[in-house]
Design a protein around this ligand. Structure first.
Ligand code: PYC
Length: 316
């Protein structure tokens, strides 16, 4: 199926600098009884729409798209499937904050905590002006102190953790984390991700580790840590990364360095901060994250049949 609707209506926002494009109309609903089935339908049958919405010439590599669906779980107000320039995501923290702000703007998000369905489970959110608090899927540290040999970098030791996506978390003291070094950081984090795959280091059930998170001391006096996050593909997260901060808090908890309820303020490379904490619930660690999102545009995306680039173009 490669047909295009006449138009897809989107609302753009950014969460602590990282863009989200919420599809509010025009995209034919993906089939499936569960969010995982709908995600698979989108992957197999609607990839041309994913590409058209987030790639150039309408988008760029840092945009995360969010497709709203009807809910699948009793008590949920909507479902959401996140996608980026190379595929779909399990969850997306900054993206969920953008979705909630977008729904608020259109009077489609009520008071108090509301539940939304994602392919990796239900999540909850509450909004207060630009500030949104989200309750992510449970996070966990799967493996600690994993050593991997990385070309031109040597032996890197880090942790494998789940925060709604799979992460490898490490500190590289010799590498300064700064926006002006983003290209170099993308290149070295990509080598690290490739080395993990080559060494057979995965998440549970062989799931690929598609996010790499590097840490350094914070620049801001009100933050606990600074991170750089390589997303699937070659984009880096401008925000402190909601799923990455969830994974980080699970690692800190596993090391006895973060108690439930204790605040963790994660600074992202572009300078924004997410405040996070863990709640212990039925033996699971439920991450909470708080950050700001701002709407930036509302647009009607067009797909001229004569346009050879209507399904987007890959530039890297
Ligand atoms: O905030 O979880 C996040 C995220 C994942 C990829 C980009 N942002």
């Amino acid at each position: 199926m490669t047909d295009f609707p006449a138009a897809i209506e989107v609302v753009d926002s950014h969460t602590e600098g990282e863009p989200t494009r919420v599809v509010v109309d025009g995209w034919p609903q993906p089939e499936g009884a569960t969010m995982a089935e709908r995600r698979e339908f989108l992957r197999a049958r609607q990839d041309h729409l994913r590409r058209a919405v987030v790639l150039e010439p309408r988008g760029h590599e840092a945009i995360v798209g969010a497709l709203l669906t009807p809910p699948v779980t009793p008590g949920s107000v909507a479902g959401v499937i996140f996608f980026n320039d190379v595929g779909t995501l399990g969850m997306c923290g900054h993206g969920l904050i953008g979705v909630v702000r977008t729904l608020c703007e259109f009077g489609r998000f009520g008071e108090g905590w509301l539940q939304l369905d994602t392919p990796v489970g239900p999540v909850r959110a509450a909004a207060e002006g630009p500030l949104v608090t989200i309750e992510n899927v449970p996070a966990r540290c799967a493996r600690r102190d994993v050593a991997v040999e990385v070309p031109d970098l040597g032996c890197v030791v880090g942790d494998v953790a789940w925060g709604g996506n799979w992460f490898f978390l490490a500190s590289l003291p010799g590498e300064r984390l700064a926006v002006e070094r983003a290209r170099e950081l993308v290149a070295l984090a990509t080598r690290l991700r490739d080395a993990l795959a080559a060494a057979g280091v995965t998440g549970d059930d062989g799931a690929p580790i598609d996010h790499v998170e590097l840490f350094a001391p914070p620049r801001r006096p009100d933050a606990d840590s600074l991170n750089f996050v390589l997303c699937p593909g070659a984009a880096w997260d401008r925000s402190p990364c909601g799923t990455g901060t969830s994974a980080k808090m699970a690692v800190l908890h596993a090391r006895g360095q973060l108690a439930p309820g204790q605040r963790w303020r994660q600074e992202g490379l572009a300078g924004g901060v997410f405040e996070g904490w863990l709640e212990e619930r039925g033996g699971l660690l439920v991450p909470h994250l708080r950050g700001r999102a701002f709407l930036t545009a509302r647009a009607s995306l067009r797909f001229d049949p004569a346009d050879p680039f209507r399904a987007g173009c890959t530039t890297a």
